[in-house]
Every structure is written in C-alpha cells, then in structure tokens.
Design a protein around this ligand. Sequence first.
Ligand code: NAD
Ligand code: ZN
Length: 358
Amino acid sequence: SETRELEVALGERRYPIRIGRGLLGDAAALAALVPGRHALVVTDAHVAPHYLPLVEAALGGKQAGTLVLPPGEQEKTLARFGEVMAALAALGASRDATVLALGGGVVGDLAGFAAACWMRGVRFVQLPTTLLAMVDSSVGGKTAVDLPEGKNLVGAFHQPAAVVADTATLATLPPRELRAGLAEVVKYGALGDAGFFAWLEAHADALLARDDATLAEAIARCCAHKAGIVARDETERGERMLLNFGHTFGHAIETQQGYGGLLHGEAVAVGMVLAARLSARLGRAPAADAERLAALLTRLGLPTTIPAGLDPAALLARMRLDKKAVSGTLRLILWRGLGQAEVVDTLPEADLLPVLSA
Ligand code: NAD
Ligand code: ZN
C-alpha cells in the first residue's frame, strides 16, 4: 500500500509527515532520521513489546539507549521528565543526539519536552503509535508535562525533525484508545471542515472496523489540516487556538479526575459537545448542528456528557486555571456550527454553569 508524504512548512524550516503501513519496518529510512551518534528511544510498556525491536534494529549502528516508561496520562510528569534527562546523561548524549518518541501522545509530549530541554534543545523524531498521536499530538511541536494543578502547564514549543506514522501499529491499539483518537479526528471536521465531518459520518463504520485505507485517509486529512494551521500560526497567537475546541472543558474534567478517569480524547468529546451546546444556548450556533456532533460522537462510542459526580463549581475553577483563560472572564473556543469554531475572549462565567450542571 502507498505511503503518503505531507510537509509542515515553518518559514525556512520544514519537516515531513510520512503515513503508511509498515514504515517502522524500513530500517534504512529510520536510521537516516538519526544523523548524529547518540539516540534515545522513549516508549512505554504497552508499546515496547510490539514495536521497540523494529526501532532498535534500525539504530543498530548508533550509541542508542532506550527508556521504557509505565503507560498512561498519570505518568506525564516532571518526575518522568527527570528520568528522561537521567537517561540522556547516562548515554552521554551530545548536542547532536536524537530523541525518538515511540508511542502515543503521552510519550510524544514527554519525550518532546525532554528533547527541547536537553542541552537547550536536541533533535526529535515522532513515531506515533496511537490514532490520537498520528492525527494530532505528533504534529506541530507542542510538548509538555502535567502538574496536579493542570494539564500541560510545563512545556515548550519544539518541532520534530520528522513524523513517521506506521498505520500497522494501530492493529494492537485497544478499542477504547482507537475511539479516543477518533474524537480528535472529529474535532477537525467540527472546527473547520464541514465536508470532512460529512465524510466521517459516511465512514464511521469503516473507521471503527480499522479499515486501513479509510484510517490512512482520515489521518492524512487531519495532518494536512493541522500542518496548515501550524504553518500559519506556529506559537498559537491566533488561528491555532481553534485546535483547542472542546479542550478547556476536557482538561477541566481530566484534571478534576486526577488524570485517571476519562481518556484525553474522551474528555475532548464531552468538551466539544458542551462547547457546541453552550454556543447553541447563546444563539451563536444551530442547535441541530450541536446534536449532529453529539450523534456522530455517540456512534463512535464516545461519551458526550460530564461523568457523574463531578462538581460544576470545581470544574469552573479548573477552567479558570486553563492556559487559555485570561483574567476575569474565560477564553473559550465556541462554535458557529459545523466547520466553524471561533475564539471568544469575554465569556461571563455565569453563562457556563448551566452546561456544567447539565
Ligand atoms: P497515550 O500516549 O496514553 O496512549 C494511549 C494508550 O495506548 C497507552 O496505554 C499506550 O501505552 C497505548 N498504546 C499506544 N500505542 C499503542 C499501540 N500501537 N498498541 C497498543 N497500545 C498502544 O495517549 P494518547 O491518546 O496517544 O495521547 C494523549 C496525550 O496527548 C494527552 O496527554 C494529550 O494532552 C496529548 N496531546 C498533545 C497534543 C499536542 O499538540 N502536543 C495534541 C493532542 C493531545
Ligand atoms: Zn487534544
């Protein structure tokens, strides 16, 4: 099957996104992504047994180390970041070292932040193995770790040198993780591409059945969308904020649950529906569009309501701490309907409580 190649263009800098089945089996192509002597592969204990041997084989000629972390959002911490630093030190990694992230968004965000910090920045390669990482987190250079107080509060912009998405790795992804990734796929349609949203409605069953061609098409369309936005607004001063559609709500839920409840993608699914219904309630978006969004997410097996037992006032307090908040009022990504998100800077908090209580 074909390999698709896209590009993220950031002025003079550019890097490739390769999408295809079996790409991790191309040892020569992987080795070419590590021009220096030292390489550190950061992965997690779910991914390592399946795919680490492929990457280690490709790096046979290098001074390469491996760090296998425990899986999960609860591990995206400063403590684990410290372990990556220690692994780089143990390797004697020089400034021409390459950090490779083999795994989902947790590994990618953490390893990327480590690459941004080691000797003030070394080369970084993304080898995403979740749908979510392939369509979103591996592209665009946002890296971070969480604090107990909030998601992604410590981080840096650090672009990868390449993104290599081997769609064969999706075969071992647990069904719940596949669905969580589909939430971020739906996000692209909801916030900027009504045609893609309709395509997703038509292909929902094929996506859930993991049809390789349909998944590859969806991944490529999402990456093209994200690459365009990142090229126009690398550091999130404007348009890139739209990619946070559903995320202020979602992050509040994740944080309030101590990162052990809903998965990130699931929380984003709930957050998008809340943002859409709030927009409809405020007369900014058609209520029918909000319900169409909720219906697609439901078909994809995703939650659309706040988990029981989360206190609305506590969620609101979490939303105030979100990075997108500005003092006094909340900055939220609201909605004008399918394919049209918008940044709203001055939303009175009182408008929010009804949707948080629903
Ligand atoms: P994740 O990294 O926790 O991976 C999900 C689970 O799947 C883990 O248990 C992992 O071990 C397992 N796994 C990964 N690949 C597998 C495979 N091929 N086969 C079997 N199991 C596999 O979570 P995620 O959903 O990939 O990423 C979520 C994170 O991404 C969040 O921390 C979120 O904040 C971040 N994120 C970042 C950006 C960004 O721009 N940097 C964008 C979106 C999300
Ligand atoms: Zn996200």
